[in-house]
Design a protein around this ligand. Structure first.
Ligand code: AMP
Ligand code: ZN
Length: 490
C-alpha cells in the first residue's frame, strides 16, 4: 500500500482514495483526483519549479503503478498574482508588467510562456495533465465562491475590495500551523499586508477593485476588479475535482499563505473537507539558496540543454534526493546524472531481450509478475510506496541491472520500473543508434582534432577545456582505451 507524508496531519499515512467506499469493478481501479498548483506564465518556468512538477508526476505514476486511475488537474496562472516585494510596497501584477515591458498583450505573454512550459514538460517526460485550466477563463467560478463567502459572512466588502475574514474561520492555520495567535507576530514582522482597509492584518483579498488604467480586469457584482492570489485554485479544483478530492500538491513555499487560504476559502464555502492529502516538495537550491525568479539565480531546461545536458538527465538528478528534502543544484551533480543515465542506456541496449507474449492485466501491473526479477520488483514497489522513496528505488534498479538474472528478465522488470521513473529506457537502443548515426559537423570534428593534438602534447588541462567546448555544442566525447575517440550527440 502507498504511504505518503501529509502536510495536513504532519504524518506519513496510508493512502486511501476518497472513492474507496464506492463500488468499483476490481480491474478498473479507483479514480484518484490530484490538483497541482501550476505555473505562473509571465516568464520561463525554471528547474526549481520543475523539480516540484516532476515530484507530482512521480506521485501520479506511482498511483497508476498501484492500479489507480488518476485525474490530474494543473492550473495555468495567467492572471498575475499580486506579489509584494519587501522593499517595495506596491502591488505588482507580473503578467501585466511583462506585457507592458514587451509591448504585448498579457494574453500574448501568457500564451507564449504556457507553450514553452508545455514543451519543457514533454521533454522532461512529465505526463500531461488531464486538463490545464486557465485562471483567466474561470473568473465566473471565482465570483460564485466569493458570493457564497459573503453570504455566509466569512468575507466582507470594503469599497469594491473583498476580504476573507480569517477570524470567522475556526480552522485557519491547520495546514501551516500559522494559527491567528501565532500570525500576529508574523505579520508584524514582515508587514505582509499593504491593504489598509482590512479589518485585520491576517485577512486576505478575494477580489480587488481595479484602477481605470489596469489592463487585466473583469466585471463583478462589486464593480470592475480582479481576483486575489488564492481564489483561482479553489475555483478550478472544485470545478474539476469536486468540493472534496484526494491530493493537492505544490512546493513547500505554497503551504502558507497560498494553500492555507485555499482551504479557508474552499471549506468556508462548501462546509466540506477540501483536499484529503497535501503533498509538498522541498526546494531546489543553488549555492544553498532557494532558486527563484526574484533572486535571478535560475536555470531553465533550455539553458541546461545548451550546456549539453538532456532534460531527462535533470529528471534523473531529481531522483537522487527524496522529494521532501531540499536539493542543492550543481553542474557536477547534473554531470553525474547524465553519465548514469547514459550508462544505463548503454547497458540496456546491449541486452538480448526475448519478448514474451504473456500480457499482464493492468490491475496486476504492480504485483510481482514471476516473469521479471520478482525479488527486485517487490523491493522496488516497497520503496516507491514508502513515501515515494525514489532514491532507494533507483539504487534497487542499479542492483538489479548488475545482478545475475537473465537479461530478458531484467529488461522485463526494468521497463516496468520505468513506468514510474519515466526515463524512456525501452527506447535506449534506438536512442543510442540515432545518436551514433547523426553526422558529426565539421566544426566539432575540428575541435576533436585540436583536442587530440593537445593530448598528444600532454596539455591535459587545455584538452579538458576543449572537451567542455565540444559538450557546450551538444557533443560528448569518450577516449577509447586503444586510442581514438567516440563522439556522441547529447
Ligand atoms: P510559481 O510559478 O512561482 O507559482 O511556482 C510554481 C511551483 O514551483 C510551485 O509549486 C512552487 O512551490 C514551486 N517552486 C518555486 N520555486 C521552487 C524551488 N526553488 N524549488 C522547488 N519548487 C519551487
Ligand atoms: Zn494554487
Amino acid at each position: 500500500m502507498l504511504r505518503i507524508y501529509n502536510t495536513l496531519t504532519r504524518r506519513i499515512e496510508d493512502f486511501k482514495p476518497l472513492e474507496s467506499d464506492k463500488v468499483h469493478s476490481a480491474s478498473s481501479g479507483h479514480t484518484v483526483g490530484i490538483y497541482t498548483c501550476g505555473p505562473t506564465v509571465y516568464r520561463e518556468v525554471h528547474i526549481g519549479n520543475f523539480r516540484t512538477y516532476i515530484g507530482a508526476d512521480i506521485l501520479r505514476r506511482v498511483l497508476i503503478y498501484n492500479g489507480f486511475r488518476v485525474v490530474h488537474i494543473k492550473n495555468i496562472t495567467d492572471v498575475g498574482h499580486m506579489r509584494r516585494t519587501l522593499d517595495n510596497d506596491e502591488q505588482i501584477d507580473p503578467i501585466v508588467q511583462e506585457a507592458i515591458a514587451k509591448g504585448k498583450t498579457p494574453a500574448e505573454i501568457s500564451q507564449h510562456f504556457t507553450d514553452l512550459y508545455l514543451k519543457d514538460e514533454k521533454k522532461l517526460n512529465i505526463l500531461p495533465a488531464t486538463f490545464y485550466p486557465k485562471a483567466s477563463e474561470h473568473i465566473k467560478e471565482m465570483i460564485v465562491i466569493i458570493k457564497i463567502l459573503l453570504d455566509k459572512k466569512l468575507a466582507y466588502e470594503v469599497d469594491g475590495n473583498i476580504y476573507f475574514d480569517v477570524k470567522k474561520f475556526k480552522n485557519y492555520g491547520k495546514l501551516s500551523g500559522n494559527t491567528l495567535d501565532k500570525m500576529e507576530n508574523l505579520l508584524e514582522a514582515v508587514r505582509v499586508s499593504v491593504e489598509t482597509d482590512k479589518k485585520d492584518s491576517a485577512d486576505f483579498a478575494l477580489w480587488k477593485k481595479a484602477d481605470d488604467d489596469r489592463l487585466m480586469k473583469w466585471e463583478s457584482p462589486w464593480g470592475m476588479g480582479f481576483p486575489g492570489w488564492h481564489i483561482e485554485c479553489s475555483a478550478m479544483s472544485i470545478k474539476y475535482l469536486g468540493e472534496s478530492f484526494d491530493i493537492h500538491t505544490g512546493g513547500e513555499d505554497l503551504i502558507f499563505p497560498h494553500n492555507e487560504d485555499e482551504i479557508a476559502q474552499s471549506e468556508g464555502a462548501s462546509g466540506k473537507k477540501f483536499a484529503n492529502y497535501w503533498v509538498h516538495g522541498g526546494y531546489l537550491l543553488i549555492d544553498e539558496e532557494k532558486m527563484s525568479r526574484s533572486k535571478g539565480n535560475i536555470y531553465t531546461i533550455e539553458q541546461l540543454n545548451k550546456k549539453g545536458y538532456e532534460p531527462l538527465a535533470f529528471r534523473y538528478l531529481t531522483f537522487m534526493t527524496h522529494y521532501k528534502n531540499k536539493m542543492n543544484f550543481t553542474f557536477e551533480a547534473l554531470e553525474g546524472a547524465q553519465t548514469a543515465l547514459n550508462n544505463l542506456r548503454e547497458i540496456v541496449s546491449k541486452w538480448k531481450i526475448i519478448k514474451t507474449k504473456i500480457a499482464r492485466p493492468p490491475s496486476l501491473r504492480s504485483g510481482v509478475s514471476g516473469q521479471g526479477c520478482a525479488e527486485y520488483e517487490e523491493r522496488f514497489l516497497n520503496a516507491v510506496n514508502d513515501d515515494l522513496n525514489i532514491p532507494q528505488a533507483l539504487s534497487i534498479v542499479w542492483e538489479m541491472v548488475k545482478s545475475d538474472y537473465p537479461e530478458s528478465a531484467k529488461a522485463q522488470s526494468l521497463f516496468k520500473f520505468d513506468e514510474v521513473l519515466g526515463l524512456e529506457l525501452e527506447n535506449a537502443k534506438e536512442f543510442l543508434k540515432n545518436k551514433r548515426e547523426e553526422k558529426i559537423p565539421d566544426e566539432i570534428q575540428k575541435l576533436i582534432e585540436e583536442r587530440n593534438d593537445l593530448r598528444k602534447k600532454k596539455r591535459y588541462i587545455l584538452a579538458d577545456q576543449w572537451r567542455f567546448k565540444i559538450r557546450k555544442k551538444g557533443y560528448e566525447i569518450q577516449d577509447k582505451k586503444g586510442g581514438g575517440t567516440v563522439v556522441k550527440k547529447i
